[in-house]
Design a protein around this ligand. Structure first.
Ligand SMILES: Cc1cc2nc3c(=O)[nH]c(=O)nc-3n(C[C@H](O)[C@H](O)[C@H](O)COP(=O)(O)OP(=O)(O)OC[C@H]3O[C@@H](n4cnc5c(N)ncnc54)[C@H](O)[C@@H]3O)c2cc1C
Length: 291
């Protein structure tokens, strides 16, 4: 199918984009990589009067490190993240998760900001942002504000972004020294959205655990930070028994719904299995880095 007619704008600055969004009073949509929006338009599930295309605003793309964080512009292509030496060296968990987003042609167009703003609960970037408690930088008519994942992700495909807001940047803390990480997901075919995915990062100190970060995708209406499971590891350490206890707790913390892909019980079981698998791999990498 073809999309319904719309005006197409290519602003050259963020201020110009914000002015266009304000002028359309909620009737315009932002166009980033188009990998989620264009199918919605083609199926006529979305009928905006105008598209405000961010692809000609260079200041919105790029990756740099500042204050212990990677600052990733919203229009940074997923492929750029996948092949960034800075991401490889400073936040390899993000690189691993990126390689699981769809297929290479999708990652070549798709942006990190588009994925976060689209807020599919099974998507990889929202889970990473939740696990690392990243910051989302939003510009709107009232200026700039910083949101945490728990504030930003509201429900299925719903965020705290107003129609005239632009997600400008996401800031993710770099991995601490000697950390280990893993992004584990279960999907029917390579490149499909995950049925459930788990992001894990730990810093081992012998059998003890200095830092644990865990989040689930595909197991509720938003990505879910698994704080209760992190606490078990930080309190009790990284023995096999504690990894199993953390995985058990993770399965209690998620709030999955059943759908045609998997029942709620199946998603809970996947959470248990993938958490344990991710933690084992993360522990091994971190303990290897201490040697
Ligand atoms: C076959 C297929 C498989 C896929 N598999 C996966 C997968 O496994 N995992 C996964 O995570 N994704 C997957 N995707 C989705 C893909 O990653 C998209 O790139 C992503 O969801 C949206 O990014 P985009 O840049 O294309 O955004 P767009 O499609 O352009 O926009 C998506 C939404 O976000 C809004 N938006 C975009 N940028 C901003 C911004 N800066 N500020 C405010 N609002 C904004 C748009 O208005 C729109 O509502 C898949 C897509 C396809 C077609």
């Amino acid at each position: 199918m073809k999309p319904p007619p719309f005006e197409h704008y290519e602003p050259r600055t963020l201020d110009e984009a914000l002015e266009l969004l304000r002028r359309y009073g909620g009737e315009a949509k932002i166009l980033a990589g188009g990998q989620s929006l264009m199918p919605l338009l083609n199926f006529r599930l979305s009928r905006p009067a105008a598209l405000v295309d961010l692809n000609r605003i260079p200041s919105l793309a790029g990756i740099r490190e500042a204050d212990g964080r990677l600052r990733i512009g919203a229009m940074t292509r997923q492929r750029t993240i996948e092949f960034s030496p800075l991401v490889r060296d400073r936040l390899p968990l993000l690189r691993e998760a990126t390689s699981l987003v769809g297929h290479l042609p999708i990652r070549t167009r798709g942006t990190i900001g588009g994925s976060l703003a689209h807020a599919d609960p099974a998507a990889e970037y929202p889970a990473i942002t939740a696990a690392l408690d990243g910051e989302l930088v939003v510009r709107g008519p009232g200026g700039e504000r910083l949101l945490r994942p728990a504030e930003f992700f509201v429900s299925y495909l719903t965020t705290a972004l107003a129609p005239d807001d632009v997600l400008v940047e996401v800031r993710l803390p770099v991995a601490p020294p000697r950390s280990g990480w893993a992004f584990e997901e279960f999907s029917r075919r390579h490149g499909d959205f995950a049925i459930v995915a788990i992001a894990a990062l730990v810093v081992a100190d012998g059998p003890r655990c200095q830092v644990a970060r865990l989040a689930a995708a595909g197991a509720g209406a938003t990505p879910i930070r698994l704080q209760g499971a992190e606490e078990i590891l930080q309190r009790e350490g990284l023995s096999d028994r504690n990894l199993a206890a953390a995985a058990e707790r993770a399965a209690e913390l998620v709030q999955p719904d059943g759908d045609l892909h998997a029942s709620a019980a199946h998603r809970r079981q996947l959470t248990r299995v993938l958490t344990q698998r991710a933690l084992r791999r993360a522990r091994e990498l971190s303990q290897g880095a201490q040697a």
